[in-house]
Design a protein around this ligand. Structure first.
Ligand code: GDP
Length: 451
């Protein structure tokens, strides 16, 4: 981490301005070698300077250079940012010169990685930076900025503190049992404290699950046998929202995906209509891909034809989806009702027709109801914001459940203490108090270059 790194921090393409960011001990010295203007080694921190980037005698570009000195910078190291004219040729040339004069090309996410390793931000804050950059929705943006501002980390830190205090009192008991003035910690005394911590953690997990929907949207899949009207339903939903239909990369069949927003929450809808080419749909549904789509989905829109009796395929699909959050849509309500509705034991059933759009609003209302979207609006958006964080919180919760059980069974207190410590460590992993090198490398490599 002692070398100086550089990267283009803006999108590489045609634009008015590009920024090349340089961070490290030599940052100012390196840029100064190719800068014609003030002597950058003598300027104050957090100042911006007009001048030219030069290659020996040739002027490469007219630029503004910001100088930010350690430690009050994003990475805590010296940082220089060169604002040059946008466009591929100029930006690449400036970067090339910076590298030629001693900087190394930064890896993806390396600036943020340094910010983390130098203690400037914790892991939740770092991940929130990544989230913010890739935010496509207003709700995702809100969750990410709360993360960056440290609110979420604070919630975890407070909880850890409570666990730590409990650990400390237990340890005093174990280490100095002869002291008369210390409260004797018995399993009975620990129990209410554990329950309180557990309750708080449970609330965090629940709010974070809601928050996950806010940030990632609701993964929705439309299933049903051929010709029941799946594509028509997707198209109707999309038309209203003027959304874009795109092919999903990497799928062999032309599964179609669209995005709409319901109550500010993105709904990513996958239409499995592509599967209709197969002779036997259910056989196809049986293939891993369709099943895993159903498995991964937050919501299933299961479409049936009002104008036909239920078929074996319909029954099979109804069976496959029975444990998932599903809305059964009886489509073609404009045609005569032939479906045996009393044979469908699902709770959420609505009728639609895609010709005069009957039922489209009810479908959206149902989604709002199922995901409490109208209540999510009042959220403060301070929640764990990815699967890594949420699953660690769940592990910590499970450990506390074990602790509770151990207390009930009167397991000796020093044994219980080991588990409480484990819960404390797991909570620490969420904010990156403890981490492995592989995790950090893997995590930051998902960042974009220059961040
Ligand atoms: P998919 O194979 O399930 O995606 O079904 P499509 O959306 O391609 O629709 C199959 C056929 O049913 C098309 O001819 C549609 O025009 C027709 N269709 C779709 N929805 C309705 C509806 O609500 N009422 C009627 N009468 N026809 C519909």
């Amino acid at each position: 981490m002692n070398d100086t790194i550089a990267a283009i921090s803006t999108t590489l393409g045609v634009g008015a301005i590009s920024i090349i960011r340089v961070s490290g001990k030599e940052a100012i010295k390196i840029v100064n070698k190719i800068f014609k203007g003030k002597d950058l080694t003598k300027v104050d921190s957090h100042t911006i300077h007009y001048g030219h980037i030069i290659n020996k005698t040739e002027i490469i570009d007219e630029v503004l250079v910001s100088v930010m000195k350690s430690p009050k910078t994003f990475t805590t190291e010296d940082i220089v940012e060169i604002n040059c004219h946008g466009g591929i040729a100029t930006t690449n040339k400036v970067l090339e010169l910076v590298i030629h004069h001693g900087a190394r090309l930064a890896e993806a996410g390396e600036f943020t990685k340094r910010a983390f390793l130098n203690g400037r931000i914790d892991l939740i804050e770092a991940e929130s930076v990544m989230n913010l950059i890739s935010s496509k929705s207003e709700s995702n943006r809100k969750v990410s900025i709360q993360g960056i501002r440290g609110y979420v980390s604070q919630i975890i830190k407070n909880l850890r503190q409570e666990v730590l205090e409990l650990l400390a009192t237990i340890e005093v008991n174990i280490d100095y049992p002869e002291y008369e003035d210390i409260e004797v910690m018995t399993n009975n005394k620990i129990k209410p404290k554990i329950l309180k911590i557990k309750e708080k953690l449970k609330k965090i997990i629940q709010e974070s699950e809601d928050g996950k929907i806010l940030s990632n949207g609701i993964k929705t899949i439309i299933v049903g046998r051929p010709n029941v009207g799946k594509s028509s339903i997707l198209n109707r939903l999309l038309e209203e929202e003027r959304a874009i239909v795109t092919d999903i990369e990497g799928t062999t069949r032309d599964t179609v995906e669209g995005h709409i927003t319901v109550y500010g929450v993105p709904l990513n809808i996958i239409d499995t209509a592509g599967i209709r080419e197969a002779k036997d749909l259910v056989e196809k549904i049986g293939v891993e891909k369709s099943l895993s789509l159903i498995e991964e989905a937050d919501l299933i829109i299961l479409v049936l034809n009002n104008n036909e009796k239920l078929t074996i395929d319909d029954y099979k699909i109804l069976e496959i989806c029975k444990d998932k959050k599903t809305i059964v849509v009886i489509n073609k309500s404009d045609l005569e009702e032939k479906i045996e509705i009393d044979k469908i034991s699902y709770k959420n059933i609505i009728y639609t027709n895609t010709i005069d759009l009957d039922g489209m609003n009810q479908l959206k209302e149902k989604i709002i109801e199922l995901f409490h979207l109208n209540q999510l609006e009042q959220k403060d958006y301070a929640c764990l914001n990815n699967i890594r964080q949420i699953s660690l919180a769940k592990i910590a919760y499970q450990i506390l459940e074990e602790v509770e059980k151990a207390i009930q069974e009167n397991i000796p207190i020093d044994m219980v203490e080991i588990d409480i410590r484990r819960a404390w460590e797991t909570l620490g992993e969420i904010i990156g108090e403890t981490y492995t090198e592989e995790l950090i490398d893997q995590l930051f490599s998902q960042f974009c270059l220059g961040k």
